[in-house]
Ligand binder design. Structure first.
Ligand code: GLU
Ligand code: ZN
Length: 329
């Protein structure tokens, strides 16, 4: 009987601040999804955007995840066969991928203004927040594509865009949201893989790393559901296998906004400092994920056998800071 390759899952935090309950809940789901299939779990730090990286955030994030009872087989702190596990140290691979895309005729240089390009490195946050599709202004201008550039030189140069074939449809079966489709050329257009400041974008780096690290199951926040079709187009162009996807619904605050630094989310740090036990917060997260009937204290590892994709609730979790803090009393 052919033996299937063991599942490989991952969590990919951006060290731009302290882990909040929404991030932690996604991490818990990713970990449970991997461990419940006897899979390996990889920790990858997405620190590609130097101005957004906060000193000490990586250590604090990993420490918070461990406090919650999660563990990983590979990562920046434990090593593994795919070192390094920090994106800032993996730029050689991203450059190699650009060469492959260039050889396949899928890259072009773009000199459109900074205003148009703003905000494309950070992981985008759902449909409607990224502006209109790129109109293809530079598509046939034949601006030379330069791959070997030094981002640290802080010099403006043309951005590089991935050429999306018109009408190329993407469909995938998300473990939570079911069949998901997008016409990337109509909705997004040719998208940036390296910015004009020389930094590689999230779309390129995450895709290249998932391939290089042999990731077969991608579990992440539902804010990235809209990025997945672009990543699938990159995978096709790189002739790489498409992993399974599961997007975890977001946690919203009392006003119905997604948790973002700006809306003062509840950090796991604050929960710890308030004396809430890890079992209590894990239980609350598991309950809102649909894995427990009520919010009871539970160890993360005791949830492994309870994990089923079909239980995961598609509704966002409405959360107030008070409700989380009350878990301690
Ligand atoms: N680094 C991204 C984030 O923290 C996650 C990217 C991914 O999982 O693909 O939102
Ligand atoms: Zn352009």
């Amino acid at each position: 009987m052919p033996r299937s390759r063991p599942l490989r899952g991952r969590y990919a935090p951006s060290p731009t601040g302290d882990l909040h309950v929404g991030n932690a809940r996604t991490a818990l789901a990713a970990w449970l999804a991997a461990r419940s299939s006897d899979g390996a779990f990889v920790m990858r730090v997405e620190d590609l955007d130097p101005p957004r990286v906060v000193a000490g955030a990586e250590e604090r994030t990993l420490d918070d995840l461990r406090w919650l009872g999660l563990d990983w087989d590979e990562g920046p702190d434990v090593g593994g066969p795919h070192v390094p596990y920090r994106q800032s140290e993996r730029t050689r691979l991203y450059r190699q991928a650009l060469r492959t895309l260039e050889a396949a005729g899928r890259l072009y240089a773009c000199t459109c203004s900074r205003a148009e390009l703003r905000g494309l490195l950070s992981a985008p946050h759902g449909p409607g927040t990224e502006g209109p599709p790129y109109p293809g202004t530079c598509r046939d201008r034949g601006i030379p594509v330069e791959i070997d550039v030094d981002a640290s030189a802080r010099q403006r140069r043309p951005a590089l865009r991935f050429r999306v074939n018109p009408g190329e449809r993407v469909e995938f079966d998300d473990a939570v949201y079911g069949e998901t489709k997008q016409d990337v050329s109509a909705d997004v257009g040719d998208f940036i893989v390296r910015r004009s400041d020389g930094l590689f974008t999230y779309q390129l780096a995450a895709t290249v790393d998932d391939v290089a690290m042999g990731i077969s199951q991608v579990v992440r926040g539902a804010d990235l559901l809209h990025s997945t079709p672009r990543q699938i187009l990159l995978l096709r162009a790189l002739k790489a296998a498409v992993p399974a996807y599961g997007h975890i619904p977001l946690v919203l605050n009392a006003s119905g906004e997604r948790l973002a630094k700006r809306t003062r989310p509840t950090a796991i740090r604050d929960v710890r400092d308030a004396g809430v036990s890890p079992e209590r917060i894990v239980g609350a997260m598991a309950h809102t994920l649909g894995l427990l009937d009520r919010s009871e204290s539970v160890k993360a590892r005791d949830l492994i056998e309870k994990f089923r994709w079909k239980k995961i609730d598609r509704e966002p979790w409405l959360l107030t800071r008070d409700a989380v803090m009350e878990l301690g009393s």
